[in-house]
Design a protein around this ligand. Structure first.
Ligand code: PLP
Length: 279
C-alpha cells in the first residue's frame, strides 16, 4: 500500500477510508494522538510515543481499547503492509462514538492509524521564525486533537514565509512552537522550557537533552523569554519529524547562528542515533 488508513480493524488505502460521522473527533476533537517517523520499516522511539499516548489518554479519562503491547504489534504489522519503509506514522484514539452530547459515551474508544510516505531530512539549512502570543489552553502537556490555536499560529508562520511560530505567554515567557519545542543555547548552556502544563513534553526534546548530556553540554530546564530568544547564541527547534532544526531569524531580525560547533555536534548526534536505531 502507498498510503494506509486503519479504523477499528478496517484497513484501506487512505483516500478510500470513510469514518463514521458520530466519532467524537468530529464533534469535539475529543481524542489524543501521536505522530512519529519510521525508516526501513523500523519505527523510531515507538515505546516513548506509545507511553505518551497512554499518559495523554489517562489525563482525559479516555480508555484506550488495546494494551500498549497490542498497539505496538498492530503498528508494526501495519508498517509491514507498506510499499516503502520510510513513513510518517500517525495514530489517534478518540472517545468513542455517539450523538453530539458533552457527556462521555458508553461505548469503547476508537483507534485510528494512518501511514504515509515520509523520509527524514538531515538538511541543516537554517530556518526563520516568527513569534505570537500563546493563546492556547492550559493543558498543553496533553497531546490532544484540539489544535486550532496551533493551526492558526502555524499558518501565520507560513504566510510570513517562515518555518515556525514561537509562542509566548504574558511576561514574554517562551513556551514552545505551533508543532515543535524550542530551545536556546547561551554561553554554552542549553535552555529549554520545563515540562509543565504549558508545553508538550516532546520526545525529540528528550533526545536533544540526552544528546547534550552525552556531549557534555550543560542543560537548564528553566523558562526563557523572548528577549533571551532574540539574543541567543543558537536557537533550535525539535519535533519527531524534524528532530534538530536551527533558526537564523526571529520576526525578520537575524538571530542565533553563533555556535555552529555545538549545533552541528547535536545535529550529528541526534541524526546518528536515528540512523543507527532504524538500520
Ligand atoms: N510541541 C507541540 C505543540 C507539538 O505539536 C509537537 C509535535 O507535534 C512538539 C512540541 C514536538 O513533540 P515531539 O518531539 O514529541 O514530536
Amino acid at each position: 500500500m502507498k498510503e494506509l488508513g486503519y479504523y477499528n480493524g478496517r484497513i484501506e488505502e487512505l483516500s478510500e477510508m470513510m469514518i463514521p460521522m458520530n466519532d467524537r473527533a468530529c464533534w469535539f476533537g475529543d481524542g489524543v494522538y501521536e505522530a512519529q517517523l519510521c525508516r526501513n520499516y523500523h519505527i523510531f522511539t515507538l515505546d516513548e510515543h506509545v507511553d505518551r499516548l497512554f499518559r495523554s489518554a489517562a489525563m482525559l479519562e479516555i480508555k484506550i481499547p488495546v494494551t500498549k503491547d497490542e498497539l505496538k504489534k498492530l503498528l508494526n504489522d501495519l508498517v509491514q503492509k507498506m510499499d516503502d519503509g520510510d513513513l510518517m506514522l500517525y495514530y489517534q484514539v478518540t472517545r468513542g462514538s455517539g450523538k453530539r452530547n458533552h457527556a462521555f459515551p458508553k461505548g469503547p474508544a476508537n483507534l485510528w492509524v494512518t501511514l504515509t510516505p515520509k523520509s527524514i531530512n538531515p538538511d541543516t539549512t537554517p530556518v526563520s521564525l516568527i513569534t505570537a502570543e500563546d493563546t492556547r489552553f492550559l493543558h498543553c502537556n496533553i497531546k490532544t486533537l484540539n489544535l486550532l490555536p496551533s493551526v492558526m499560529a502555524n499558518q501565520k508562520a507560513i504566510s510570513a514565509g517562515c518555518y515556525e511560530c514561537v509562542l509566548y505567554r504574558p511576561g514574554e515567557r517562551v513556551t514552545e512552537c505551533s508543532h515543535s519545542n524550542v530551545h536556546i543555547i547561551r554561553d554554552g548552556v542549553l535552555y529549554t522550557a520545563p515540562t509543565d502544563h504549558l508545553i508538550l513534553a516532546g520526545i525529540a526534546r528528550a533526545h536533544l537533552i540526552a544528546a547534550c548530556k552525552k556531549l557534555g553540554i550543560p542543560v537548564s530546564e528553566t523558562p526563557f523569554t523572548l528577549t533571551d530568544l532574540r539574543n541567543a547564541d543558537e536557537i533550535i527547534t525539535t519535533s519527531s519529524t524534524a528532530p534538530c532544526t536551527r533558526a537564523c531569524q526571529v520576526d525578520g531580525v537575524p538571530a542565533g547562528m553563533k555556535r555552529e560547533d555545538l549545533f552541528m555536534a547535536l545535529h550529528d548526534e541526534i541524526f546518528g542515533e536515528f540512523m543507527r536505531d532504524t538500520q
